[in-house]
Design a protein around this ligand. Structure first.
Ligand code: NAD
Length: 541
């Protein structure tokens, strides 16, 4: 029961730790990595707070050392999904009506636990199972996840404060109810923070959730489950299931009480889920909310007024950090002829300095790509480029999956703006460059806008403000996150709300009030203090 209008702590971004040689955080993290790497962990599903072990398991192997087994996770049959749904619905009554302060407190506590005792564990799990280097694990699995929890609590209270005006004699108020039913969260492999945020954002607003993490993120998902439990999340609010995504989705989407999809992953999976929801529409109690953040083909465009070293650095960082497996990673660049030789020289010099290998060695900037399917897809595109006389590999081009799924950071030069790797999302450390005639800069912006179906992130480089303004206008709908003189990656919660439109998603901006609004259904309450007693209006007189 609330007896006051409470303010929540001011949300601030979690400072990123440096992990410099000799620092205590580096020693703790590398020691935790070593211990966890040698353990064999058995990861259950979590339904109604209970650990569910089916005996039907799959191994977890680090992408950079795929013969080494660090654990197994248990997978569901249809009956487990049915139980997860009924359990969530049973938990709904208490969770949807508990004071918002209790829910806020759980996620604020989760943020503090993660900033402290859970930090090394969450980062190490992400390094091991998703092959992120120390810095990439820190900015994702710790800082971004902490920021999601803190800022979402703050945004929730901003939403609640948004109330209508009331004329004399009446009192209008809106209450932000959770959706009627349960939310289905499906998360991708590439960000531990996104995996936590998809179920947590909906749960914070009072919803109950069935969460299906990616098979390739189960290891760090288990640390998230432990974190939520220690923070005090009641049983049944977030139920975690693993297994065949088609079977799970068929079962979930057939439920009359399905009321929202919170998805992040690839475009074709999302489109199929949307279609399936459409086909079932007559069956649902309420129109389901559909939120999906999906694929990208993110660009860097440079004008001849830009600095070649800055452009090259943005390409190297923006394309190769986390092996190009950020949805925001740059993978196509448009460079003017007069700048190309200088940009190329810097790209080659910087890329040759990059070390690749296990994240256990912090001097490795690039680690392995997530799994064999991804490795084979990226390698086949690189091999096709090698064999194609129309394109040239400027740097990189090697790959080796004997120990881990390692792909050398690779830059391809093409004469065709619609070449395969200029338009398809590869999700790997591959950048393709198209060089345009300086005078045709405006036409090249149209190519950026029209060459792909995506519109997630993009960056333009120029020191000429007329050009910057023109580029911003022509590319108005080409990116949901648009960068000027910066790489197109590294969005920070509370500063750059993230998401794209066109085939890249519903652009509901993760880490913002817009996203949280999707998990509420407003009830307007109008109260009249002295009710009328005569039906006749004055005009009838
Ligand atoms: P994915 O689409 O393969 O998998 C995402 C999730 O969907 C996983 O949990 C997976 O098990 C599940 N899934 C797979 N097939 C399914 C099906 N038929 N029905 C239901 N669920 C299914 O994506 P991924 O490889 O894990 O992640 C990479 C993709 O995610 C890239 O396309 C990337 O651009 C995108 N992504 C986008 C954002 C964003 O904010 N726009 C953020 C991160 C990742």
């Amino acid at each position: 029961m609330a007896r006051g209008f409470f303010n929540v702590p001011k949300a601030v971004n979690e400072p990123v730790k440096g992990y410099a040689p000799g620092s205590p955080e580096r020693e703790e993290l590398l020691a935790t990595y070593k211990t966890m790497f040698q353990q064999n962990i058995d990861i259950p599903m979590h339904i109604n707070g209970k650990e569910i072990r089916t005996g039907n398991t799959k191994n977890i192997t680090p992408p950079h050392d795929h013969k080494h087994i660090v654990g197994q996770y248990h997978i569901a049959d249809k009956s487990h999904i049915d139980t997860a749904i009924s359990t969530a619905l049973a938990a709904r009554e208490a969770w949807s009506s508990v004071s918002w302060m209790e829910r806020a407190s759980i996620f604020l506590k989760a943020a503090e636990l993660l900033a402290g005792p859970y930090r090394a564990k969450m980062n190490a799990a992400t390094m091991i199972a998703q092959s992120k280097n120390v810095h990439q694990a820190e900015i994702d699995a710790s800082c971004e996840m902490i920021d999601f929890f803190r800022f979402n609590v703050s945004y929730m209270t901003d939403i609640f404060k948004d109330q209508p005006a009331s004329s004399p004699g009446i009192w209008n108020r809106v209450e932000y109810r959770p959706l009627e039913g349960f939310v289905y969260a499906i998360s991708p492999f590439n960000f531990t923070s996104i995996a936590a945020n998809l179920p947590a954002a909906a749960a914070l607003m009072g919803n109950v959730v069935v969460w299906k993490p990616s098979d390739h993120q189960a290891y760090s998902a288990q640390v998230i489950v432990d974190l939520f439990k220690e923070a005090g999340l009641p049983d049944g609010v977030i139920n975690v299931v693993y297994g065949d995504p088609v079977m799970i989705s068929d079962t979930v989407l057939a439920s009359r009480n399905f009321s929202g999809l919170h998805f992040t992953g690839s475009t074709h999976v999302f489109k199929n889920l949307w279609k399936q929801i459409g086909n079932n529409i007559h069956h649902y109690k309420t129109y389901p909310r559909i939120v999906g953040e999906t694929g990208g083909k993110d660009f860097i465009w440079a004008h001849n007024s830009s600095n070649p070293l800055q452009v090259a650095t943005a390409i190297v960082r923006g394309s190769f950090e986390y092996q190009g497996q950020k949805c925001s990673a740059a993978s196509r660049a448009y460079i003017p002829q007069s700048l190309w030789e200088a940009v190329k020289k810097h790209i080659i010099a910087q890329t040759k300095e990059i070390k690749m290998g296990s994240p256990e060695d912090p001097s490795n900037f690039v680690n392995a790509v997530i799994h064999e399917g991804s490795f084979d897809k990226i390698a086949s595109h690189i091999d096709a480029a090698k064999a194609d006389k129309e394109v040239e590999i400027i740097v990189g081009g090697n790959h080796d999956k004997s120990v881990g799924y390692f792909i050398e950071p690779t830059v391809i030069l093409t004469k065709s703006p619609t070449y395969a790797t200029m338009t398809a999302e590869l999700f790997g450390p591959v950048m393709t460059v198209y060089v345009y005639e300086d005078a045709a800069w405006e036409a090249s912006l149209k190519l950026v806008d029209e060459s792909t179906e995506f519109a997630l992130t993009g960056a333009v480089f120029s020191t000429d403000r007329y050009i910057v303004e023109k580029a911003s206008k022509i590319l108005e709908n080409a990116a949901g996150n648009f960068y000027i003189n910066d790489k197109p990656t590294g969005a920070v919660v509370g500063q750059q709300p993230f998401g794209g439109a066109r085939a890249s998603g519903t652009n509901d901006k993760a880490g913002s009030a817009q996203n949280l609004l999707r998990w509420t259904s407003v009830r307007l309450i109008k109260e009249t203090f002295v009710s009328p007693t005569d039906f006749k209006y004055p005009f009838l007189g």
